[in-house]
Design a protein around this ligand. Sequence first.
Ligand code: SAH
Length: 348
Amino acid sequence: MTLKDTSKTFLDTPSENLIDFLKTQGQGAYRAQQIYDWFFQHQAATFEEMSELPAALRTGLTERYRLHPLRIRRKEESKLDGTIKYFFEAHDHETVCTVFLPDADRLSLCLSTQVGCAYRCRFCASGLVPFKRQLSAAEILDQILLIRKDQDRAPTNLLFMGMGEPLANYTQVTQSIRWMTQKTGLGMSPSRITLSTSGLIPQIIKLADDQVKVKLAISLHAVRDDLRIEIMPVSGKFGVRQLIKAAKYYSLKTKAPVTFEYILLDKVNDFEMDANRLAYLIKGFPHKVNLIPYNPIPGVPYGRPPLQSVLRFQSWLKERGVPVFIRKPKGLDIGSACGQLGPAVSKL
Ligand code: SAH
């Protein structure tokens, strides 16, 4: 079966347009709410399942809209920790990958926002996949809805940390956040949504001005401009100090702490002077630091520091008063840990 190729994806259609369509079918606006309930609460896979709706309307909706823009093609489960990598196929046959992360106290989903990534961070496998296109808000949501149904349980936490740079897809990502948080959608608390960015300053400022309240995480990874430019070419445009200023602006505007992600690359950015400068730079507004020991990517010339060095880096930061945590890699055996969603993902 191939997916129906119509350009009208249900969730990417503004509610006003859905209501206009309902009118052409002789139906009142209240039907829109019923349809959203069937979609989000009752997890309908087709319009036909929406038994409250008149039969003719169900047919009309089926002819006009694609209800689910993705379908699950395959999944891989980690033998180490139960992490599951889901592969979806989009209507244009592109592959979208999402990671399901079960933990004792939470169920997180790591969502993708683009096919490929244009930012080419030197340590990240996603940068090896040429940028192809943005995902729509509906495609971002569908990763959640289809996994929720497949697992028969709802995620408690959503992470914009899969393939792609979420802030380079600002409109669709913020629209998807609206669906995640509003009552007509998933009704989740914004405090359970984390958005990670490689540091696009204009969009961070816009996020603050638009009062998009999520947990903002910034992939800082280096505290000197020369090193950051080397490992993250995106910093050619944005200096470290400017980036931290933008983080501070977001924190003050939204009254929320900002997380700084800091990858640890053996003998590259894991020296005491790095910890020292990091602690100094982020002073003055609520923050925390997540250390991510480098996860190996084939063909990439970095190494993971030994555990001892990771703990030493953490203690240097602690001594300077920084709240600092170490992120545990998940699903290393299936290539689903941070930074590992790469070229292999494009093959279904
Ligand atoms: N583009 C966004 C979203 C990706 S989130 C961003 O850059 O923030 C994935 C997180 O994993 C980012 O902090 C990213 O820098 C980090 N990461 C990438 N490659 C990694 C690797 N090989 N090992 C550990 N972390 C990595």
